[in-house]
Design a protein around this ligand. Structure first.
Ligand code: PEP
Ligand code: MG
Length: 592
């Protein structure tokens, strides 16, 4: 009988093959003491193991930079830095010298202490750091114990699905794409560094499966769907048929991409819809263009700071923003100022431990408190404005004062550029993300100070429903079609229209055909999403009429429950959505 395991989508794509369980774990360390006369020697042995690990990581970084790009190469920086961190180096050397522990015992002890310290929070960004810590621990301990480097993967034969408790960036880049068809892990999040690498490599991955590494056996047949986050072990005939049908549909679909890409995103009754991309990494621009993006609706700039121990320079930022603007000469490029805090912690900011980080010091609140971080970003953004239609977007705004303050800082930076004779576009646009009920309800006031609105439904849903978007236990309750969300979308769209400013949506909802239908029905004509969703939404847009979308939205606005909202939209979409696969693909809470 088949076993279905549901996790989270890590990297899109489907894979079938046999399981290969990757043995990547912390080795058992014998607890050995060192004689007094050999302590200095033992410290030397420890330091040379660190140096060895550092040079392997530097090699991996260079290889990744060459294969995927500079930014992806920097994913190794946190691990390289960890090997030089006094907390690690001095802490371990102290245990050797003072407690006469062997190098491996002392190192294990120190790393376990650090892991316990960092584990007190459950934020994905910190979890990613724990993942880095484990990677470093495994490598150095293997070296100290005289074992082979476990990152030297054995050659794999046939079509393989790699299963592991978790992966690391160094392992992800070493996977042999000739044979590895997909990856399934117990832990991990979509923002984990290795998952980003998997996406860049177009290697399907499902993460957060809980116990796949215990359930799966070597050589067992399996199928994996990275789009819906599902793994099936020992698939039976029905599973095989569903998988094959879905795969065939997707490959048909992939053939259509080239055709769809060239078509205009326009509804049957002639409404043009702007389809833009959400960029997490600058390297995604090429795929976005190949998939028909009209511009960038959301450029998340956190990659410039995540996992780094120093702030990015103005010049580095300018180059990145300029390249994005130049990649989309025909379209608008919305660059969001740093959305730090919540689940995104840069090392250098020393974010305080907070009881409720999503209700804490994050996004524009951090930026306004840290002009040393914010001003160079604003200056770099202004400098990028002559290179395209760059628009500056502020996350998590609640209050007009926040916009006023950002405008003031921008004005000062613009004056500085003027003084220095550096060009920028004086007509630059500054707008806000609508991500909280406060912003949605106060949209009329915010509109007076904003050149545009972009609705971040991921956060808007979380704050409206008081459901943590990262809490998998609550996933069922995280419902973008809740009537309270629908009404706020309506309100923001209405206010934006009345104020004559563009309203777009850059949350996940825009990538869902039913979400797109609702948004079109509310007269929101600019949608932004991850690049793999663009062709699908474009095809959908071309199959609907505004008239039907408006009617469905009107009905949805009057619907008493989420389930009723979804029913109105399913009915309104008619043949434009694949009704059979719909429930599976979107796992709508309250619908499936
Ligand atoms: C959102 O909140 O909808 C959004 C697009 O921003 P992020 O997912 O980066 O918080
Ligand atoms: Mg957000």
């Amino acid at each position: 009988m088949s076993t279905v395991l549901d996790g989270s989508p890590g990297s899109e794509g489907m894979a079938a093959g046999t399981i290969f369980r990757l043995e990547w774990g912390v080795p058992v360390v014998p607890h050995r003491s060192i004689g007094k006369g050999h302590l200095a020697e033992e410290v030397d042995r420890f330091e040379s193991a660190l140096e060895w690990a550092r040079s392997r990581l530097v090699e991996d970084k260079a290889a990744t930079a060459e294969r995927l790009g500079e930014v992806e190469g920097r994913i190794f920086d946190p691990q390289i830095l960890m090997l030089q961190d006094p907390e690690v180096v001095d802490g371990t050397a102290g245990y050797i010298r003072e407690n006469r522990l062997s190098a491996e015992w002392a190192f294990e002890l120190r790393m376990l202490e650090l892991r316990a310290m960092w584990s007190r929070t459950s934020h994905p960004m910190v979890l990613d750091r724990l993942n880095d810590l484990e990677d470093v621990m495994i490598r150095v301990l293997h070296r100290l114990l005289g074992k082979n480097d476990p990152a030297d993967l054995v050659a794999l034969d046939g079509d393989v699905i790699v299963v592991a408790p978790n992966l690391t960036p160094s392992l992800a880049v070493k996977l042999d794409l000739e044979n590895v068809r997909g990856v399934a892990t117990d832990h991990g999040t979509r923002t984990a560094h290795w998952v980003m690498i998997a996406r860049s490599l177009e290697l399907p991955a499902v993460v957060g499966l809980g116990n796949v590494s215990k359930k799966a056996q070597d050589g067992q047949p399996a199928m994996l769907d990275g789009r819906i986050g599902r793994v099936v072990l020992d698939p039976d005939d029905t599973d095989q048929a569903t998988f094959q049908a879905r795969r065939a549909r997707i490959s048909e679909w992939e053939k259509e991409i080239a055709v769809v890409t060239a078509l205009e995103p326009v509804t049957l009754d002639g409404q043009h819809v702007e389809l833009r991309v959400n960029l997490d990494l600058p390297g995604e621009s090429a795929q976005a263009l190949a998939h028909g993006a009209d511009g960038v609706g959301l450029f998340r700039t956190e990659f410039l700071v995540a996992g780094r121990n120093s702030m990015p320079s103005e010049e580095e930022q300018y180059q990145v923003y300029r390249a994005a603007a130049e990649a989309f000469p025909q379209g608008a490029v919305y660059i969001r100022t740093f959305d730090l805090g919540g689940d995104k912690f840069p090392m250098f900011l020393h974010m305080p431990q907070e009881e409720n980080p999503f209700l804490g010091w994050r996004a524009v609140r951090v930026c306004l408190d840290r002009p040393d971080l914010f001003r160079p970003q604003l200056r770099a953004l202004l400098r990028a404005t002559p290179h395209g239609d760059v628009r500056i977007m502020i996350p998590l705004v609640n209050d007009v004062d926040e916009i006023r303050q950002v405008r003031e800082l921008l004005g000062e930076e613009a004056a500085g550029l003027e003084r220095d004779g550096i060009p920028y576009n004086r007509g630059y646009k500054l707008g806000v993300m609508i991500e909280t009920p406060a912003a949605a309800l106060d949209a009329a006031e915010l509109a007076r100070y904003s050149d545009f609105f972009s609705i971040g439904t991921n956060d808007l849903v979380q704050y409206t429903l008081a459901v943590d978007r990262t809490n998998t236990r609550l996933a069922r309750l995280y419902n973008p079609f809740h009537p309270a969300v629908v009404r706020q979308l309506h309100q923001v769209a209405r206010v934006g229209r009345a104020a004559g400013i563009e309203v777009s949506v850059c949350g996940e909802m825009a990538a869902n055909p039913l979400g797109a239908l609702l948004l079109l029905g509310l007269d929101i004509h600019a949608l932004s999403m991850a690049w793999p969703s663009i062709p699908e939404i474009k095809k959908f847009v071309r199959e609907v009429r505004m008239e039907d979308a408006r009617k469905a939205a009107r009905k949805a606005l009057a619907a008493p429950t989420s389930r009723d909202v979804i029913s109105c939209l399913v009915e309104g979409a008619g043949d434009a959505v694949d009704q059979d696969s719909f429930a599976v693909r979107w796992s709508m809470p309250g619908y499936a």
